[in-house]
Write a protein that binds this ligand. Structure first.
Ligand code: TRP
Length: 479
């Protein structure tokens, strides 16, 4: 027996029937709007596409290196397997049930919670405004390797990158190209746009990154990089603010890499039919994302070490250091460089479209815009903000907007959103109902692991994120 809609106790089979009829209706509506994944594989590839991005290929190796290698790796994996897994599965569950853009999804059960939806959109807006700029840089480097020129044989690669990224208009043009490509894909909608592209780009990325890692590991001196990545360096740990600092960094990295906390997975979950096993597929997605990060670590750090460079160059790591590595490989290096920049471009595109999609569905539903118009509106606004971010690199505004947006989102806004989402799911929606949705279609909806999930989402995650968040703030001020 379970509680029915009006609080009456109704027999379980009747409850299931109501749910079933509900689903039938939803599915038809979805199909009419062409807003659903064609199947499990399409959904997984799209979520993986959102998760696997610059966070895995650039940010992860660099942060892991800075935070002492092996210990960070261990803490990071624990974070992904606990907070990351719980948040992602909760978010997808929330989205599949609410079946709407993120603002309406929060509004559905309590008007007062609408602001969390808007907050999520704000975070996506800030991230995409700088993500797209980096996408532009990648486009430029790929073009440079295809056509030839200073990027390939510059000698002072750091200087080449510096000159390019602070150029008043070149990065803006490439940002336009990158954003234009994302806009084009998004205009085709969910199944014909996002899903189709992810289904091609993600498997291709996988093959390419394994190839690049193999090349990197066979270079002279690569072992140094492997050691750096896998053997803890206590000196670096003390430098980076101790174990507390590592935990804060690992959580931020897990959030960013898995794209959790700001409703992206809820939006993608809204296009899901009920026949998908959420916990199982979330586990695959988390596993795959971590795998790509590890392979990227093995591809980039050994290569950087083999040419005698330090791995803590920040955004310059890819753009300023790797060209030196490619150069050392001669003609073969150009082919490897092209493969590398194509793969990172794929990673950046599929992540960028997920961030834009959250805003596009919102505009589509809120203002009753057609898909193409909504896409053009959102991408047009982002073109303006990303241009500002790009211009800030030249020092025009006195602040580096890329850094400000990045820090404000990963260290501050994403944890806040994640806590609010858990509180909403646990207390406003009610954790039992969430668990029912999570386990829809399961033989046993009350098993041990379901209980663990409930406790995890309702108590453990918000508390842990809160504690680590405070830690991070205190650490920021005491540094
Ligand atoms: N996860 C992506 C990466 O690793 C970036 C990203 C896409 C993201 N969507 C997001 C980060 C939503 C935070 C929130 O590069």
């Amino acid at each position: 027996m379970r509680n029915g809609k009006n609080g009456f106790l109704i027999p379980f089979f009747a409850y299931r029937k109501i749910r079933f009829e509900d689903d039938q209706m939803e599915t038809t509506q979805l199909e009419k709007d062409n807003k659903h994944w064609s199947g499990r594989f399409g959904f997984i590839m799209a979520v993986v596409g959102s998760a696997v991005g610059l966070g895995n290929i650039w940010r992860f190796p660099y942060v892991a290196g800075q935070q002492g290698g092996a210990i960070f790796l261990f803490v990071y994996i624990v974070m992904v397997a606990t907070i990351g897994f719980l948040l992602m599965s909760a978010e997808i569950t929330f989205g599949r049930n609410a079946h709407a853009n993120i603002v309406d999804a929060f509004q559905k059960r309590h008007k007062r919670w609408t602001f969390v939806g808007y907050l999520s959109i704000l975070v996506a807006f800030l991230i995409v405004s700088y993500y797209s700029v980096i996408g532009g840089w990648i486009t430029r480097y790929l073009g440079g390797y295809i056509i030839g020129g200073g990027f390939v044989s510059g000698g002072d690669y750091g200087g080449v990158f510096q000159d390019f990224s602070t150029h008043p208009y070149l990065p803006i043009i490439f940002n336009l190209v990158f954003l234009g490509a994302c806009t084009f894909i998004l205009a085709f909608g969910v199944k014909k746009g996002i899903e189709k592209v992810s289904k091609i780009m993600m498997p291709a990325l996988f093959v390419m990154i394994v190839f690049v890692a193999v090349v990197a590991l066979t270079m002279d001196g690569a072992l140094e990089g492997v050691k750096f990545f896998l053997i803890p360096d206590w000196e670096r740990i003390t430098q980076s603010g101790g174990v507390g600092g590592i935990i804060v960094a690992a959580m931020g990295q897990a959030f960013f890499s898995l794209s959790v906390g700001i409703g992206i997975n809820a939006t993608y979950g809204a296009y899901l039919k009920k026949d998908i096993n959420i916990p199982k597929n979330t586990a695959y997605i988390c596993g795959f994302d971590t795998f790509v990060a590890l392979v990227a670590g093995f591809a980039i750090l050994p290569a950087v070490f083999s040419v005698g460079l330090e791995p803590n160059a920040g955004p310059g790591l890819i753009f300023g250091s790797l060209p030196a590595v490619f150069h050392q490989l001669g003609g073969f290096g150009i082919a490897v460089a092209i493969i590398f920049f194509v793969l990172i471009l794929f990673a950046a595109i599929t992540s960028c479209i997920s961030l834009l999609e959250v805003m596009i569905v919102f505009v589509e539903e809120k203002f009753k815009f057609k898909r193409v118009l909504a896409t053009l509106t959102v991408c047009g606004v982002i073109l303006i903000t990303s241009t500002l971010v790009s211009l800030s690199q030249c020092g025009y505004f006195g602040v580096d907007l890329l850094e400000v947006f990045d820090l404000a989102t990963t260290n501050f806004l994403m944890p806040v959103c994640a806590i609010l989402m858990c509180v909403y799911i646990g207390y406003v929606w009610k954790i039992r109902k969430a668990a029912d949705e999570l386990t829809f279609g399961f033989q046993n909806q009350n098993g041990f692991w379901v209980r663990v999930w409930e406790i995890g989402v309702k108590y453990v995650v918000p508390l842990m994120v809160f504690v680590i968040f405070i830690f991070g703030i205190v650490g920021m001020f005491t540094k």
